[in-house]
Write a protein that binds this ligand. Structure first.
Ligand code: SF4
Length: 348
């Protein structure tokens, strides 16, 4: 079936109303960029999922990062997308503006190795946030730090596994009919990990790339599966995603990290969804466990509903009014992968 036939089919669809969740922010952005909603029937609703790691990070994590940045002889290294996420005492960006903190933007976690060697009196604390996509890089970096005998590096981790969150959604959001699986995460985990979910919850899980035709093909396969009463995992992104994933990346990740409970904003604590330094690497951990506290967001803020696709961002009463990328109230508006930020840039 060519792409025109797929679009014709999806546009003409007039069956049962469906909710399809695109789990990762890169898919959300691609859906807007390519006007995918205008190419499919109104009866197929696309909703965003919890696939933005910054958006699901609780405020206690930001507060821990600020503590380190304020400590004498400590420097916090972070990717830029964490800077505006609000914590109890403000965002990293705000405290940096007020002075007396040491925060540097990094472009790769490996920068910490050179910095730590050049400045042995300073402890470099890395804000390590991400999913399976980024966890292997942190694992390799800390392995290298240990090999070189570097002691002045610490990681505060908010590294999470996507599959337990998908399971949480299947358990708690029965109205989601099918999933477009996160493409980048699937490169690491492989497509096989979705098979038990599809079987257990009787829902289609389709791995897709980020081009318009990839996403449309994934929606088509989900709709067709639902129409024929099927529920299976399919991989439409075979040039990047193997069934077994990137085994070397998984191996290094499992060597450096162990699973434990983690707090997901909007979802709560999910068992075995967090990755924490383990074994000989534990001494590099900067207190990453038990960061469960989440600040009360303003009562009108609907981040918790947006993160799990119960609500579109523009249904939040603060969207585009009190909350915008220049003045974000919730993390979903801050990150380039966050649903509110993506909606703001595209519909406002
Ligand atoms: Fe939260 Fe702002 Fe999104 Fe509303 S628009 S859900 S306040 S981030």
């Amino acid at each position: 079936m060519d792409i025109k036939e797929i679009i014709d089919y999806l546009k003409a669809y007039d069956g049962k109303k469906l909710k399809i969740m695109e789990v990762c922010g890169t898919h959300t952005a691609a859906i807007f960029k390519n006007g995918i909603r205008s190419l499919i029937s109104d009866r197929i609703k696309l909703i965003s999922g919890p696939g933005c790691p910054v958006c699901v990070t609780p405020t206690a994590y930001i507060d821990r990062c600020i503590e380190y940045a304020s400590k004498e002889n400590h420097t916090l290294l972070t990717f830029g997308d964490m800077m505006k996420v609000p914590g109890e005492k403000g965002s990293l960006s705000e405290v940096k503006g007020n002075g007396n903190v040491n925060i540097q933007i990094m472009y790769s976690p490996f920068e910490a190795i050179d910095k730590a060697k050049a400045n042995p009196d300073i402890t470099y604390v890395i804000a390590a946030v991400g999913f399976e996509t980024t966890a292997p890089a942190y694992a390799l970096m800390i392995k290298e730090a240990r090999r070189e005998g570097i002691e002045n590096i610490k990681l505060v981790t908010a590294l999470k596994k996507a599959i337990p969150a998908l399971q949480w959604i299947c358990e708690n959001q029965e109205d989601v009919d099918g999933f477009i699986c996160p493409g980048h995460v699937s490169v690491i985990t492989g497509s096989r990990v979705y098979e038990p979910l599809a079987r257990c919850y009787n829902k289609p899980f389709v791995v897709a790339g980020f081009e318009a035709e990839h996403i449309l093909a994934a929606i088509y396969r989900i709709v067709r599966q639902l129409e024929s009463g099927e529920a299976k995992a399919e991989n439409l992104y075979k040039n990047a995603v193997k069934q077994s994933g990137n085994e070397k990346a998984v191996e290094v990740m499992e060597y450096a990290f162990e699973e434990g409970p983690a707090m997901w904003r909007g979802l709560g604590i999910i068992e075995d969804s967090g990755l924490y330094l383990t074994g000989p690497f534990s001494r590099y951990d900067g207190g990453s466990r038990d960061l469960y506290e989440d600040m009360e967001l303003p009562s009108e803020c609907r981040c918790g509903d947006v993160i799990v696709g119960r609500m579109n961002p523009d249904q939040c009463p603060m969207f585009g009014k009190k909350c915008s990328p220049m003045n974000p109230f919730g993390p979903c508006m801050v990150s380039s992968e966050g649903a509110c930020g993506i909606w703001y840039r595209n519909v406002h």
